[in-house]
Design a protein around this ligand. Sequence first.
Ligand SMILES: Cc1cc2nc3c(=O)[nH]c(=O)nc-3n(C[C@H](O)[C@H](O)[C@H](O)COP(=O)(O)OP(=O)(O)OC[C@H]3O[C@@H](n4cnc5c(N)ncnc54)[C@H](O)[C@@H]3O)c2cc1C
Length: 300
Amino acid sequence: MYDVIIIGGGPAGLNAAMLLGRSRRKVIVFDGGKPRNRWARRMNGFLTSDGAKPGEFIQKGREELVKYGVELKDLEVASATYSKGQFVVNDADGTVYHSRKLLLATGLKDILPEVEGLEAFYGKTVHHCPYCDGWESQDKAIAVYGKDRSGIGQALAMKNWSADVTLFTDGTDELQRNDLELLEANEVKVEKEKILRLEGEDGNLQHIVLQGGEKRAQQAMFFSEGTKQQSDLGEMLGCEFTSAGVIITRRLQQSNIPGLYVAGDAARDVQMVVVAAAEGAKAGVAINMELQQEDRKKVN
Ligand SMILES: Cc1cc2nc3c(=O)[nH]c(=O)nc-3n(C[C@H](O)[C@H](O)[C@H](O)COP(=O)(O)OP(=O)(O)OC[C@H]3O[C@@H](n4cnc5c(N)ncnc54)[C@H](O)[C@@H]3O)c2cc1C
């Protein structure tokens, strides 16, 4: 019986493991090895680790856990249930584990625009988060991808980083007169023609090729097509979700299921590494306090 099983070994899961390991808890972390930012060259916006390589950051975190006796298992969890005050977890090899508390830190995955060639640039010069990659794209020719009216907000926001912003609606024509006036007033260009493919070299975007064959010189692209949970364990356990598909948690990452906590991108908040790590720390403290309460001897 583990005190805590943590599912997900990204920044949220690892930081929770650190706090729990340091609290002398018996902890195991399962990780499927697919952190959300694995496509990215660099990880920005984390004080002291700004510009770190994502894989090296995770590896350093894992090494820091060794001295606290945290077990790390590089394996997917296939199922998790809650019954009679304990969690039962099945790993992908069919081995069964039991714990008093469970932390889901399983993250999200991004829905990518369906544009030929995009994956080669994703995390290098095609991004979804201006706070992660806006600085590196400053003063470049920035394309914003958004069908219908979905890219308006992001196109206006990107003016913060560059004067040269174009909204590509990829063959859709839903922009209204007010939208066009607003975009024009803020000097955002609009391209409605369907995109054929992206072109460039070594992850560096150079052109957006339109269906008619015309090429638009662009050096970066931003999009916001939404996200999905990376695992269905939250649903399996009966968690409550927002309409955007993230798990609803209380102040210290508690879910609606007793003893089940959720931290990082899978839960509702700003989706960045530093926030995920902080939520992991909050969950670690809250879980340890709950265990302390349960184990404390009572006097009349
Ligand atoms: C291209 C890109 C670039 C980014 N750049 C930045 C940046 O510069 N700065 C920044 O702060 N943020 C950045 N982010 C956001 C950042 O990646 C996330 O906020 C952060 O990774 C969230 O951490 P997490 O621990 O919640 O989840 P993740 O890091 O996604 O980790 C979740 C882990 O859980 C594992 N897992 C899932 N399901 C299971 C299962 N069933 N069993 C076992 N393991 C499982 C996964 O394999 C994964 O390793 C970027 C995101 C993307 C997509």
